[in-house]
Ligand binder design. Sequence first.
Ligand code: F6P
Length: 367
Amino acid sequence: MNGKNLMRIGILTGGGDCPGLNAVIRAVAKPAMNEYGATVIGIEDGFEGLVEDRMHELSNREVSGIINLGGTILGTSNKGDPWHYPTEGPDGKTVIVDASARAIKNYKRWGLDAMIAIGGEGTMHISHKLAQYGLNIVGVPKTIDNDLDGTDVTFGYDSAVGVATEAIDRLHTTASSHHRIMVIEVMGRYAGWIALGAGLAGGADIILIPEIPFNWEALFRKVIERSTHGKRFSIVCVAEGCKCPDGSEVVQELDEKRTDAKRLGGIGEVIADEISRGTELETRVTVLGHLQRGGSPSASDRILATNFGALAVQLCAEGKFGQMVALRGDQYVGMPISDCIAKLKTVPHDHRWVQAAKAVGTSFGDE
Ligand code: F6P
């Protein structure tokens, strides 16, 4: 397919929202409409809209003035996997069904020549499957977690780290005034990128990430050592996906409607309790939660999102499907989606940020 044949492009945002989604929608829709004369169909609430046939043609007006707007004008959902689709059964209870045929039918019914799926790992897995059924898909990597492989960074991450860093800064002043141990739990699922980035930028004394198992003794030692050296407070930045030293995971809820049923959260409380028991110092815990996902995208996320969106349209125009746009070094490129979903991008133990944090005296609770 070349640009001339690009008549109708579908676009959806899947999974958890994050700052920068609207910047991508704008960067896709404007060139698609104005350069290629294409019609852009906005699919509502991620793959749910594709299964349930909820879509509408986007107007120029809808996609204007949204670069700075958080969230997504299209809506999103993390319960819309067509192969794991929650539906109400005859007895009123939720049953999980395979609704992929409906998704494929609706793509065809709307006469889509291409579909741009903006999302994280889950969205890319679904996109890869749909591509195997002949759908022309280009992926755009989104997630505050930054755990999607194939790209150096996902948009949303920088904004989330900015929020978490500001939170740590604010905790610092109250921690030092009251001589307390402040534990801040940040998101990130099974990857420690947010905790590492914000912990480094905010000068956390202890950073705990899922990739580096911690032990209680090392944690207590660091806190007590600071106290005895006159620093009567400590900031502990912990990723929600950290496991306790006994290997147990702290899960808030299991929601079978999601492909990954686990909703993480609560490790901060466990750590704060244990520190107060093990050191007899006063502790408080802050769970940052969805504040990390809300609000305007940072300047760097807007730039990333705009470049990703523009390249996604270009790949569609060139007929390069089954690819995800990515930033590699200083190049924006297309990568086979299959390569991007083979594994999660977690923090390497010897990552330079880990080394830099250790060099300034930050503990990872491992030694
Ligand atoms: O993947 C993004 C993310 O914010 C994770 O960091 C977090 O574990 C999860 O989504 C929270 O999901 P929900 O918005 O469904 O609570």
